[in-house]
Design a protein around this ligand. Sequence first.
Ligand code: FES
Ligand code: FES
Length: 176
Amino acid sequence: RKQSLVFAVNGQRFELSDVDPSTTLLEFLRYQTPFKSVKLGCGEGGCGACIVLLSKYDPALDQVHDSTVSSCLTLLCSLSGCSITTAEGIGNSKDGFHPIQERFAGFHASQCGFCTPGMCVSLFSALVNADKTNRPEPRPGFCKLTVTEAEKAIAGNLCRCTGYRPIADACKSFAS
Ligand code: FES
Ligand code: FES
């Protein structure tokens, strides 16, 4: 019996059959969905322009594991039961922008914008994982993220425009 591939992107369910085993998540997102914030930069895991958040339930720990992946290196077929979040899923003009996106704008951390969606997803993943820790509740407007974690959050994302300072400042503005 033929099996279909079921996964979610930004809360939207996808059920596919006859998936080409060589199709990457990046190709799927850009050519078959409206979620085109993911960008093809290097195509080999080196630039971070295609980074998305991959969430998967871990039955052994009974919790959801959240991590960033390069969608250019992630095969669509490997995503059975997974949930993907792109920059559109973090916030958008219709449903409202996320504070990460607002601060990137406010800190002038985006110039051409090519790297920005991946940067925002990387920071979002760091915030989500910091939130899972037992650290004390932060002050309003801040997160459980440490300054070092905020800086390291974007270690896998390259930017050719900004010189990184405004991006690092935007990220560190969440650290408590
Ligand atoms: Fe550069 Fe995927 S396109 S890491
Ligand atoms: Fe242009 Fe980062 S804003 S690559």
